[in-house]
Design a protein around this ligand. Structure first.
Ligand code: UDP
Length: 328
């Protein structure tokens, strides 16, 4: 019998790649999004598929799904520091009220639910690399607090539903991920740098660029998440690429890749910007037999080709939506 999966945040970067994967695996996909940060163009190619259905809905409101449901992937949430600043309340609500609704739905449908948590639960980490046992160093009232604390609440309520109502739950902690369908103007470093390179602008490096990140190509991430869903492991699991790089080196890689003649310029470092980030993926390696396969060179090339293929006018739009107005 065909299994049915609900994917929240389905029109977003990660959500849309998950839709592709579940369709490929033969599932019936119910894709849900309120389109605040998602974009229907990311799932346009699936709209005519008989195994795919789109529902425009805000998951912070009660979720109604008719018929059977076997799996839920909760991926609805703004996910860039610029977005949290613009829509902090929506960011808090989607991972708190939204997760509560998703877990309630999982309970009545007897569905297994996987929630998308984040390396941001580790805050500005004092332990490096970050294993799942590390509790983090988060500022609840700083600019990232609305995201970090909502995701920490998400993990807590997910564990509570697991313990209290015996809901089958999975928690993935996602580290920086990149690939086609990222929003060009969401403020994250990779689309920012590639967009600037393509427009002939200097690349805006925050601070002295000595802060580190570890970038995972989206296909690797989706593979890890898919394996986690079908594993028996219900405690949080890191999925990411441990290959760590400073933001300065990353900028230099982008300049080389794009052949751009510009330079890196330094802008002030935003408040609470984590100084270092790298996943300890021992658990994913041992339990899921997973590790990333796509090198940064390969992944960046694919992603650059995607951004290059966008209509030229896209490159010069500052943002194609007014987030504050949508934040009702
Ligand atoms: N960053 C930067 N220039 C930009 C955007 C981001 O130097 O135009 C830096 C940012 O300060 C951070 C890193 O790149 O140290 C990654 O930022 P991003 O917003 O992509 O995600 P984060 O990992 O901080 O959530």
């Amino acid at each position: 019998m065909q299994k049915r999966v609900l994917i929240t945040g389905a029109a977003g970067f990660l959500g849309s790649h998950l839709c592709d994967r579940f369709i490929k695996e033969g599932f019936f996909v119910i894709a849900m999004d309120n389109l605040i940060t998602g974009d229907l163009r990311n799932i346009d190619h699936l709209m005519q598929n008989p195994n795919f259905e789109f529902q425009l809905h805000d998951v912070t409101k009660h979720i109604n799904i008719s018929g059977e449901l076997h799996y839920i992937m909760h991926f609805a949430s703004p996910a860039s520091p610029i977005d949290y600043l613009k829509i902090p309340i929506q960011t808090l609500k989607v991972s708190s009220l939204g997760t509560h609704n998703v877990l309630g739905l999982a309970r009545v449908k007897k569905a297994r639910v996987l929630v998308a948590s984040t390396s941001e639960v580790y805050g500005d980490p004092t332990v490096h690399p970050q294993p799942e046992e590390y509790w983090g160093n988060v500022n609840p009232v700083g600019p990232r607090g609305c995201y970090d604390e909502a995701k920490r609440f998400m993990e807590a309520i997910t564990m509570a539903y697991h313990e209290t109502h015996k809901v089958e739950t999975r928690i993935v902690r996602i580290f920086n991920t990149y690939g086609p369908r990222m929003r060009l103007n969401d403020g994250r470093v990779l689309p920012a740098f590639i967009g600037q390179a393509l427009r002939g602008e200097d690349l805006t490096m925050f601070g002295d660029g000595s802060q580190t990140r570890s970038f995972c190509y989206v296909d690797d991430l989706v593979e890890g998440i898919y394996r986690l869903l079908f594993s028996d492991y219900y405690l949080p699991m890191n999925v990411g690429n441990p290959s760590e790089i400073t933001i300065k080196e990353f900028g230099e890689e982008i300049l080389k890749l794009t052949g751009a003649n510009q330079k890196l310029i330094s802008l002030p470092l935003p408040k609470d910007d984590p100084k270092q980030r790298r996943p300890d993926i021992t658990k994913a390696q041992n339990i899921l037999k997973w590790e990333p396969k796509v090198s940064r060179a390969e992944g960046l090339k694919i992603t650059y080709d995607y951004f290059r293929s966008l209509p030229k006018e896209e490159l010069f739009k500052t943002e194609h939506r007014d987030l504050e107005k949508l934040n009702k």
